[in-house]
Write a protein that binds this ligand. Structure first.
Ligand code: FES
Ligand code: MG
Length: 577
């Protein structure tokens, strides 16, 4: 252990030497049954846990934390687990995204304020991954992510049920009268059969894949099922690795660089990943001070086919992905085509290229490496135009090809209540050619940019067999959702973006191949409407929501709070007593 007893170790600023302060820091820790020699200078590893019973996707993370601890101890470190705010996508109102930045502040301050030399981030459900990585990035200690892993495939009445995706589909079927309320309710029993996160390529699986692609998690972090014994092994190995990373002083910013983000963007295109990834990765890059724009996303992902046949873009689920060989197969396929920076770093200790070189595909229908991709042009298309001066996004792999170029009249809903009140009104003047426009659901407007952009179709059209329509909003949509849905329109309506000025009957053109979103209203008419526009009232004027609404950035900047962008390091020069 002598090599560990370096005075430079961060934790030794708390625990090294004999003084009033070091005694205060050590003495109370002993009440947990910690041997005194644990403070002799060996790497102290924080295990940042988002376990919560209100975040069911992360409900098994205390078990994984124990596995991480085994690995840390094996490698000669000492582990201490600590909790941070946990965001459960399915429970939190008005939307977990409102609190992503708040949780990131909790993570950042908890890491900086405590005596740790490196940190393992335990996350799973959608927002827990970006919130932990954003907070850790602003501190920039040696860092590894361990994701909780996906649930077992959903099953109901002999069929597979994909988390989220099945809900969106069945709610349309219920509206169309294809299934009854009893079947709708019965399906609940088979949708979430084990610990873990959504087993479609929703935002949780996407972000777990992004962690592996960025080199911030060990290989197979994306797809190993939550309950597979190999997930526990991965956690234990991550415990070993973080100790090595502290010894070699390999910081988060040494691993995740511009080339890592470029790799992740291409991986996202190849897997048909969630549109939410663009917001989260831009926010993470902002914390690391790595330049990354939505234009980068479009340019890098544009020519990458989606080869992963997973719901919501395709047919299969995460268990199938793991058994087919997992994310390393996708990354090797990209590397073989020159679409991956092979020299990018990884917490595994080897380069990304070397890490995936031996990957084998065991099911070419799940991972379409042998031609016949799901979509030729995957990725996230970033649209611009007078309706979205700062951009809007659409996910081609989840959209209807015939609607990718479409001109139609707008049917406008001023906010989510207006939409809910009128969408199923038989008198609503709407056809399959109409474009549904939803306002005031962006970062400031909702607040928190809720996942309501994939609005369910009008019941009368659903009954007529309509399965998709062009929908435009400043909201997000769940990564498990699908349809020709234009999201993240910026600036948002509540910030006075042109979306606020759209009126029912206005003609809009969506042209995904040309990356255009155009409102056919003259500049003069728009100026008249703008002069008459007043911003909507803020729902809650005090507390965190006030801080959020006053400082949140627009979608093109990743929806971080303006004062949280950047690295602030882990130095704390002052003592507590
Ligand atoms: Fe937690 Fe989907 S609700 S991962
Ligand atoms: Mg989700």
């Amino acid at each position: 252990m002598t090599s560990d007893k370096t005075p430079k170790r961060r934790s030794q600023a708390w625990y090294g030497g004999i003084s009033k302060d070091t005694t205060i820091h050590r003495a109370w820790m002993l009440n947990q049954g910690t041997p005194p020699d644990n403070f002799d200078g060996r790497p102290v590893i924080g295990i940042c846990n988002t376990w919560s019973e209100f975040t069911p996707c992360n409900g098994h993370l205390r078990d994984l934390a124990e596995r991480v601890k085994r690995g840390v101890l094996e490698a000669g470190g000492v582990p201490f687990e600590f909790p941070v705010m946990s965001l459960g996508e399915n429970n939190i109102r008005p939307t977990a995204m409102l609190f992503r930045n708040l949780a990131s502040m909790d993570v950042e301050e908890s890491i900086r304020a405590n005596p740790m030399d490196g940190v393992v981030l335990l996350c799973g459900c959608d927002k827990t991954t970006p919130s932990l990585v954003m907070g850790a990035a602003s501190c920039d200690l040696p860092t590894i992510v361990v994701s909780g892993g996906p649930m077992l495939n959903g099953r109901h009445r002999g069929c597979e049920l994909g988390s989220g995706t099945a809900v969106w589909r069945m709610v349309d079927e219920l509206k169309a009268g294809k299934i009854g309320p009893q079947e709708f309710q019965d399906a609940e029993q088979g949708m979430a059969r084990s610990p873990g996160s959504c087993m479609t390529m929703g935002t949780a699986s996407t972000m777990a894949s992004m962690m592996e692609a960025l080199g911030l998690a060990l290989p197979q972090n994306a797809a190993t099922p939550a309950v597979d014994s190999r997930r526990r092994v991965l956690a234990q190995m991550s415990g070993r690795r973080i100790v090595d990373m502290v010894r070699s002083d390999t910081k988060l910013s040494d691993v995740v660089r511009r080339d890592s983000f470029e790799n992740a963007i291409r991986v996202n295109a190849a897997i048909g990943g969630s549109t939410n990834a663009i917001l989260h990765l831009i926010a993470i890059a902002g914390r690391l001070e790595v330049p990354l724009t939505s234009e980068d996303w479009d340019a890098l992902g544009r020519d990458v086919p989606t080869i992963l046949n997973l719901q919501p873009s395709g047919a299969y689920l995460m268990e199938d992905f793991y058994y087919a060989g997992g994310l390393p197969v996708v990354m090797k396929w990209l590397a073989d085509r020159g679409l991956l920076h092979p020299d990018a770093a990884s917490v595994s200790g080897t380069s990304i290229g070397a890490q995936v070189a031996a990957a084998e595909n065991y099911n070419t229908d799940v991972i379409r490496t042998e031609g016949d991709p799901l979509t030729e042009s995957g990725g996230i298309a970033v649209l611009k135009g007078n309706l979205a001066p700062l951009g809007a996004v659409v996910k081609p792999s989840a959209a209807t090809p015939a609607l990718m170029t479409h001109t139609g009249p707008a049917v406008v809903f001023e906010d989510i209540e207006d939409y809910k009140a009128r969408i199923d009104d038989p008198a609503l003047d709407v056809t399959a050619e109409s474009i549904l426009v939803l306002k005031n659901c962006g970062p400031k407007g909702y607040p928190g940019m809720a996942e309501v952009g994939n609005m369910a179709l009008p019941a009368k059209l659903a009954r007529d067999g309509v399965t998709d329509m062009v929908r435009i909003s400043d909201a997000r949509m769940s990564g498990t959702a699908f349809g020709t849905v234009v999201l993240h329109t910026a600036p948002e309506a509540a910030a006075g973006g042109p979306l606020a000025l759209v009126q029912t009957g206005d003609v809009i053109t969506l042209d995904v191949p040309q990356r255009k979103l155009h409102l056919h209203v003259s500049e003069d008419d728009l100026a008249t409407r703008r002069a008459a526009w007043t911003p909507p009232e803020i729902v809650m004027a005090g507390g965190y929501q006030r801080l959020y609404v006053s400082s949140v950035l627009q979608a093109d900047k990743g929806v971080d709070l303006d004062f949280l962008v950047g690295k602030r390091g882990a130095e704390v020069p002052r003592e507590s007593h």
